[in-house]
Design a protein around this ligand. Structure first.
Ligand code: PLP
Length: 434
């Protein structure tokens, strides 16, 4: 660690006395890449600044929400205006309707929706609702997909085939995950087999339509359509967890990109413009089972918070212009194509993927289709790449198994600068490999 980060090192040392591992969410602690995280003091457009005075071009964007960049004037104005009128009421407000209209316009499958405060709440509530609606208990998720930290979702496949989920984390009772079936992503046959055996016991199938939490993995051609067909036949509720991909890969989200209509959709991140806000919604007949219309209980003191609603609406308005997604696509394509070119030049195996303002790279020998493939990545090489880029002023996610994000604030010349730095770093990695 260079001396220029002395304040961050000191701060992070003190933080150990307050927070487990010095952080309030685990990946922030840099365990996967080593070292001490820069402690961030300020965000400005595409940049973040740490307390030591270093500036980084940011490809994390608070893990996805900041599609407009940091402190976009429209978002700041909207939030300030809202807070001047009161920060929370726990009662209906006009702002809820404004954000809901913007969401429904882009994602018509969300016939009715409910706002919550985090992606975890959205997926957890959607699954409770699906169970309440179908009267069935089992759910299917895919290895390497992350849907937040609710107990029932902290389960992973052991052998990559249909198994009863085992608790992934101490503290999760076996009884809670025994109805969670974990299957490999991009493998329709695995789903078919489970449905043939126990389709009528399954309440819901939840999937990240473009996986972003094992690194970025695109669905194979026909995979999502296959999931739609199978769930429809078995009357299983199909849930697209678009907490990451929602308004990120396209205005209509991944479901518009692939032309698939799920029964329920979960959103988060972008729709709150950097404030705690998420949502779940979908078919009216399912959503009507939710209290107070129906018997499935779900509630939240801060749900539909007016400051988050206002910031979210300001963000979605920026995304209404067609040019927005053109720009996001151009920048992330420019970056992934540049990285692919450089990896060829230096004979380093690198797999890249891109959709809208989301991109991914794996230091893996073969194209990545699922979690097992993702785990063939050279995580040490990624750690070296990450630190060399950070030292040059480029802030990527501190883990091989995360996506990268570009914002409307990034410029083409900043992507060129990133590729110039990546060229130096990949040359270093290639020489280290010799
Ligand atoms: N679902 C997906 C696809 C996510 O990427 C995340 C968070 O990264 C979540 C759910 C959980 O969201 P939150 O961290 O807001 O609880």
């Amino acid at each position: 660690m260079s001396s220029i980060n002395i304040k961050s090192v000191d701060w992070f040392g003190r933080a150990q006395n307050f927070f487990p591992g010095g952080v309030n969410s685990p990946v922030r602690a840099f365990k996967a890449v080593g070292g001490v995280p820069p402690v961030l003091a300020k965000g400005e457009g595409p940049y973040v600044h740490d307390i030591d005075g270093n500036r980084y071009l940011d490809f994390v964007g608070s893990w996805g929400p900041l599609i407009a960049g940091h402190a976009h004037p429209d978002v700041v104005e909207a939030a300030i205006k809202a807070i001047r009128s009161g920060s929370s009421f726990g009662a209906p407000t006009p702002a809820e309707l404004e954000l809901a209209e913007l969401i429904k316009k882009a994602i018509p499958a969300m016939e009715l929706l409910r706002f919550v405060s985090s992606g975890t709440e959205a997926t957890m509530s959607a699954l409770r609702l699906a169970r309440g609606f179908t009267g069935r208990e089992k759910i299917i998720k895919f290895a390497g997909c992350y849907h937040g930290h609710a107990d029932l979702l902290l389960a992973q496949a052991g052998s990559g085939v249909a198994t009863l989920g085992l608790p992934d984390s101490p503290g999760v009772p076996r009884a809670v995950t025994q109805d969670t079936i974990v299957l490999p992503f991009n493998d329709l046959t695995a789903v078919e087999e489970v449905f043939a055996r126990q389709g009528r016991e399954i309440a819901a199938l939840i999937v990240e339509p473009i996986a972003g939490n094992m690194g970025m993995v695109m669905p194979q051609a026909g995979y999502l359509a296959g999931l739609r067909r199978l769930t429809e036949q078995a009357e299983v509720v199909l849930i697209f967890d678009e907490v990451m991909t929602g308004f990120r890969v396209a205005r209509g989200s991944a479901q518009a990109l692939f032309g698939i209509t799920p029964d329920l959709t979960c959103l988060g991140k972008v729709i709150g413009g950097g404030f705690p806000c998420a949502a779940f919604g979908g078919r009216r007949e399912i959503m009507q089972k939710l209290a107070p219309l129906g018997p499935v209980y779900q509630a939240g003191t801060l749900s539909g918070n007016p400051v988050a609603m206002a910031a979210g609406a300001a963000t979605l308005r920026l995304l209404e212009q067609d040019a927005a997604y053109k720009k996001l696509n151009q920048h992330s394509q420019h970056l992934t194509e540049g990285l692919a070119r450089l990896s060829k030049k230096y004979s380093l195996p690198l797999q890249v993927a891109q959709a809208g303002g989301m991109l991914g790279m794996f230091f893996a020998p073969r194209p990545v289709q699922n979690y097992d493939d993702a785990r063939t990545s050279d995580t040490k090489r990624y750690a070296r790449f990450f630190h060399e880029m950070l030292n040059r002023g480029f802030y990527f996610a501190p883990s091989q198994f995360e996506a990268a994000f570009v914002s409307l604030a990034h410029t083409s010349s900043q992507i060129d600068e990133t590729l110039a730095a990546a060229g130096e770093v990949l040359a270093l990695l290639a020489s280290a490999a010799e």
